[in-house]
Structures are given as structure tokens and as C-alpha cells.
Design a protein around this ligand. Structure first.
Ligand code: NAI
Ligand code: MG
Length: 361
């Protein structure tokens, strides 16, 4: 039976990189796919008054095995009636983890690049992203004050922590299948808990304690996984100084968002970093980048992040062989450095890079 995949290109370069990822999936010899393109995004909101039609949610929930999301152009100011469809989708489909592998590829054109192979696991449902904000006038000063609530729950922290330890084991298993010389990470699997509980001892304190307890309560299962912690500010510092020191990093929503864009800079571009929004019953691949209005419509967006997101989707649907095939083709094109988009210092178009990847499959 064909796998049904919902495609939500949404806005900006989403419309250029999602079709590229679709072509890669279509060219695989293993699984057969049926694609359904669904509406979402800020432009859809401007046309119809809704950024996420009920039909899109229903089709994903009732008919699809997985989905690929492009990017949405959320404005930085408040627009009446609008709220981000990606944040809403994560909630509707209970996609509680955002899994972001950041991997460097050796290439003659990027000798300065640090070597890293880390997996950032970002909690996807709470923290400041519950968007409980309000504004009032401070009676003392007569000036405006704005507030935001931050929610950290034991429930969400436990399930994200459990995922982090499980992923550390899965990555270790995959690594063991590679020859020693090709293994980048030579240590025991490691989970780094990212927090700021020296200041936010109640909220981040709960996150930290709960993730720590996951290991302590499953001592035997995770005996081989090292656990360490890092305050989020020094996490940024260490990531830039010695990114090779990280295997799996697990973080509350906002910190996870910020450190993953930072990690993207270490591997050359936001245009190569994929993610998967993962729940117990559904997976949605999504490049880490946004809609990039500065380059949209020019056929120069890097399709690699979207293509790797499609591979991540395959991986989470159980098609590991096909996923590895896609990663391999992408790595080959990046390391040969003949076809690179401008963000990586090349002159190729989105279409040319996609063709090159298709040829290497
Ligand atoms: P952005 O990720 O869209 O762009 C940041 C910079 O990276 C830009 O210079 C852009 O040209 C470059 N870039 C991003 N992806 C690229 C690719 N595939 N190839 C080559 N270059 C690439 O972030 P920005 O500019 O902060 O936000 C633009 C819009 O995207 C905003 O409306 C924001 O709300 C939205 N956004 C949406 C996200 C999502 O849909 N999940 C995530 C992040 C931002
Ligand atoms: Mg982001």
C-alpha cells in the first residue's frame, strides 16, 4: 500500500524546496508514495482569513501517514486573527518533539568548517510558545508592561527526556554498524540537558530534574548513556568552540529553537539543516529555516534542508535504508562541491542541486 504524504509548502521558499523533496521521494525505488498538497500559511490567511484550514488538519489526521511542511512567513507584528499554522499543527497532531540533526560534511570548499554530528531535541509543545501574553499599564510609571507565561510540565519534560535517551541509544546502534574509521563520535552515547536553572530554578529546575530522573529511573536501560548538563548561554559558547563535544542535546522549546539556528551556522547554512516534528502517532518533516523572503522566487534556495527532512520523515516511518540512501546522495553532492547554492558559496540553482542529488541516488 502506498504511503500517503501531506505536502504543505506554505510560504516563500517553502514552495521551491518542498517540490524538490517530493521529487527525491518519488525517485526512490522502495516505498510508493501518494502525495496530497494542502493549504496553510500567511498568504493563505491573507486570501481566505485562515492560516490553517480545518480541511488540512482533518486530511493529515485521517488520511496521511506523514507530512512535509515548508515554511511560513509569520509577521513580526501582531495581525488580528492570525496565528502561526506550524505552531498550531504541532499542537493539533501532538508532535511533541522537534528533532534536529546537525551534521557537517567534509568538503574542499569548506575547510574552515568545524566537524560535528549532533542531534538537538527541542521540546515542541510548551515553554514560552504557549503564547500566553498580555500587556497592561504599570500604575507606578504610567508606562506599558508586557508579560509572558512560561509553562514547563513534568509530563512534557519526561516524554522529551525519554526520547532523548532513546535516540542516543538508536544513534549508537547505527554508529556501531559503520566501520571504525567512518565513526565521527568515538565516545559512549551522551545526552546533554540544556537549561538555565541557576536563574529559573522553578521552571528550568523542573525540566532539569525531570530529564535527570528519566535516566535515574531507567538506570539499567540507559546505563551506557552518559548524562551531562549545560547552561544555555555557555551551551552556545561551547557549541561554537567545541561542537564535537555534543551527541544528543535536549532543551525546552525556546532554547532549542535558538541553539539549533546557531548550530546551523556551524555547518555552513540554515539551508542544510532538517528537522522532524515527532509525536507518538504522526511525523512531519520540516526544514529548520523559515520562508526566506530575501531570496524567495529566485530558484536559489538550498533544497538540502527540505530533502534531508524528507529523509528524516522516512527514517521515522521505518524506512531506514531509503533514508540512508538520501543522506548519502546529499553528502556526496555537498562534499564534491560542484553543485552548491549561493548560501554555501556556490552558483547553482535549486533545480541544479536537486538534479545532482537525484543523479546520486
Ligand atoms: P529565515 O530562516 O527565513 O532566513 C534567515 C536567513 O537564512 C536569510 O538570509 C535566508 O535567505 C537564509 N536562508 C534560509 N533558508 C535558506 C535556504 N534554504 N537556502 C538559502 N538560504 C536560506 O529566517 P528569518 O529571515 O528570520 O524569517 C523569515 C520568515 O520566516 C519570518 O516570517 C519568520 O516568521 C518565518 N520563519 C518560519 C519558520 C517556520 O516556518 N517554521 C521558522 C523560522 C522563521
Ligand atoms: Mg527557528
Amino acid at each position: 500500500k502506498a504511503l500517503k504524504i501531506g505536502l504543505l509548502p506554505a510560504d516563500g521558499i517553502g514552495r521551491e524546496v518542498i517540490p524538490a523533496a517530493q521529487r527525491v521521494l518519488e525517485s526512490l525505488s522502495g516505498p510508493k508514495f501518494e502525495f496530497v498538497t494542502l493549504d496553510a500559511g500567511f498568504e493563505h490567511f491573507q486570501k481566505t482569513g485562515t492560516a490553517l484550514p480545518q480541511e488540512t488538519i482533518d486530511t493529515l489526521k485521517n488520511e496521511c501517514n506523514g507530512a512535509l511542511f515548508g515554511a511560513v512567513s509569520s509577521p513580526s507584528h501582531k495581525v488580528a486573527g492570525y496565528s502561526s499554522p506550524i505552531v498550531a499543527l504541532r499542537k493539533h497532531l501532538d508532535l511533541y518533539a522537534n528533532v534536529r540533526p546537525v551534521v557537517s560534511v567534509k568538503s574542499a570548499s569548506t575547510p574552515h568548517q568545524k566537524q560535528l554530528d549532533m542531534l538537538i531535541i527541542r521540546e515542541n509543545t510548551e515553554c514560552l510558545y504557549i503564547k500566553s501574553e498580555r500587556q497592561e499599564v504599570d500604575p507606578k510609571t504610567g508606562m506599558k508592561v508586557a508579560w509572558a507565561d512560561r509553562r514547563i510540565s513534568e509530563y512534557a519534560s519526561k516524554r522529551i527526556g525519554t526520547m532523548a535517551f532513546n535516540m542516543a541509544l538508536t544513534r549508537d546502534k547505527l554508529r556501531q554498524q559503520k566501520p571504525e574509521s567512518e565513526r565521527f563520535w568515538k565516545h559512549k552515547p551522551r545526552v546533554t540537558i540544556v537549561h538555565k536553572s541557576n536563574v529559573l530554578s522553578v521552571t528550568d529546575g523542573l525540566f532539569r530534574e525531570t530529564v535527570r530522573a528519566v535516566k535515574e529511573q531507567n538506570a539499567e536501560k540507559y546505563a551506557n548513556v552518559d548524562m551531562e548538563e549545560q547552561l544555555v548561554d555557555s551551551m552556545v559558547y561551547r557549541m561554537f568552540r567545541e561542537p564535537e563535544a555534543f551527541d544528543v542535546a535536549v532543551a525546552p522549546n525556546l532554547y532549542g529553537d535558538i541553539i539549533s539556528d546557531g548550530a546551523a551556522a556551524l555547518v555552513g547554512s540554515l539551508g542544510v539543516v532538517p528537522s522532524a516534528n515527532v509525536g507518538d502517532n504522526f511525523v512531519m518533516g520540516e526544514p529548520v529555516h523559515g520562508s526566506a523572503p530575501d531570496i524567495a522566487g529566485k530558484n536559489i534556495a538550498n533544497p538540502v534542508a527540505a530533502i534531508r527532512s524528507a529523509a528524516l520523515l522516512l527514517e521515522h516511518l521505518g524506512y531506514t535504508t531509503e533514508a540512508l540512501q538520501v543522506y548519502g546522495a546529499v553528502d556526496k553532492v555537498l562534499s564534491e562541491a560542484t553543485y552548491l547554492t549561493p548560501d554555501l558559496g556556490g552558483k547553482s540553482t535549486t533545480s541544479e542541486v536537486t538534479e545532482a542529488i537525484l543523479k546520486n541516488l
